[in-house]
Every structure is written in C-alpha cells, then in structure tokens.
Design a protein around this ligand. Structure first.
Ligand code: SF4
Ligand code: SF4
Length: 192
C-alpha cells in the first residue's frame, strides 16, 4: 500500500474516499459496529446511520454495474431502503475523518475502507479477480496504476492481490450474514 499512500497525501479534498458529497456512504456490518462502539466507548447514535436512503441514491445503487459494490449494497436494502452505514458530518466527511485527514478508527475501520480503491469480482470459475472499485475512478491512486495497465490485478504485487481477495471474501460473508443480523441489531438501535 506504500505506493498508494503518496497519492493519498496529496489527494484533492473533493476526491477523498472518506468524503461523500453526492451519493456515497460507508457500509458497516453490525459486527464491526459493535466492535467500534466498544473500542471508542460512544453510543451507536454517535456514528451509525440507519435512516432510509433517498430515491436518488437508491436509483444510483440499482443502476450500478452488477460487478461493483453499489449493486451489492442495493441488494442489502430493506423495504424502507435502509442500510447500516457510518454517519457523515454536514460537509459530507465521514464521522471518523479527522481534521488532519486521518481515519480516527484506522485499525478497526470497516472492510470497505480496507479494500478501497480496489474491489473484486467472482468469475464463473469461482476465482476472485481484483478490479477497481469504480468504473470511472476519481481516486488518484487507482488512476495512477490504471494508466500503467488495463488490468489492475497485473499492476499490483501477488501479495497485495491476495490480501485484497481475502478482504473481498470477508465482504461477501459479511453481506451473506447482514440480512440475518441487521433486524435484531436495528431493534437494539431503535430501542435505545
Ligand atoms: S485512496 Fe484514493 S481517494 Fe482515497 S485518499 Fe487515497 S488517493 Fe484519495
Ligand atoms: S471509517 Fe475511516 S477510512 Fe472509513 S470512511 Fe471513515 S474515515 Fe474513511
């Protein structure tokens, strides 16, 4: 990840992956939410958002490339178009993005933050292929390697690709468990 960090340091404010000015959000699983709550010793209401998404956001998720994260999130929505996510501040910054541009919960950040700016997809062979997180990436780090190779997996080390595949498997499992677990978790949230 070292090569990417140099891009992150100079990342334009509006392209920062932790700032959501239009439609993005940071998905979080109930398990990670519990872990964060325990570690930061604050109530869920400080950092969790379970309100219905706007129609505009739902439309973007629905129309997303089926291989990308948006479609996974679309399938996770409940009947009220809710999905568990991190709160943002008024300016769109993630609740955990410090004024110094650093993540305040870096060691316990959600899986999506660990895999970004990469994503992965299951091939028919069931193998996992590493791809970019976005079709038209604005992230400088991923753009820098997309310029070198069409296939980002070929532009990163085998070790890095293996680490991304592992996170992706965790994301897949997290998505499988999500619907089972979120109802009980939401009740816990709402009852507080
Ligand atoms: S990963 Fe990309 S979007 Fe995020 S801070 Fe680094 S360069 Fe910017
Ligand atoms: S949890 Fe940390 S890495 Fe993830 S979006 Fe928020 S500030 Fe960024």
């Amino acid at each position: 990840m070292k090569k990417f960090e140099k891009h992150c340091k100079g990342c334009r404010k509006d392209a920062h992956c932790c700032i959501f000015k239009k439609t993005g959000f940071t998905f979080i699983s109930p398990k990670d939410a519990k872990n964060i709550k325990q570690k930061i010793n604050k109530d869920y209401s400080y950092f969790l958002d379970y309100s219905p998404l706007s129609k505009k956001v739902v439309d973007v998720l629905r129309d997303c490339d089926p291989a990308l994260e948006g479609r996974m999130r679309y399938l996770q929505l409940d009947k009220k178009n809710r999905i568990l996510r991190l709160k943002t501040k008024k300016d769109g910054r993630c609740i955990f993005l410090g004024n110094d541009g650093k993540c305040e919960i870096y060691s316990i950040r959600p899986n999506i933050c660990r895999i970004f700016p990469f994503w992965a997809m299951r091939l028919i062979s069931r193998k996992i292929k590493v791809i970019e997180h976005d079709n038209k990436p604005r992230c400088k780090a991923i753009c820098s390697i997309s310029k070198i190779k069409d296939d980002v997996e070929k532009a990163i080390s085998k070790k890095k690709a293996a680490a991304i595949r592992k996170i992706f498997k965790d994301i897949e499992n997290e998505a499988k468990d999500y619907k089972k677990n979120v109802r009980g978790f939401a009740k816990e949230l709402i009852c507080r």
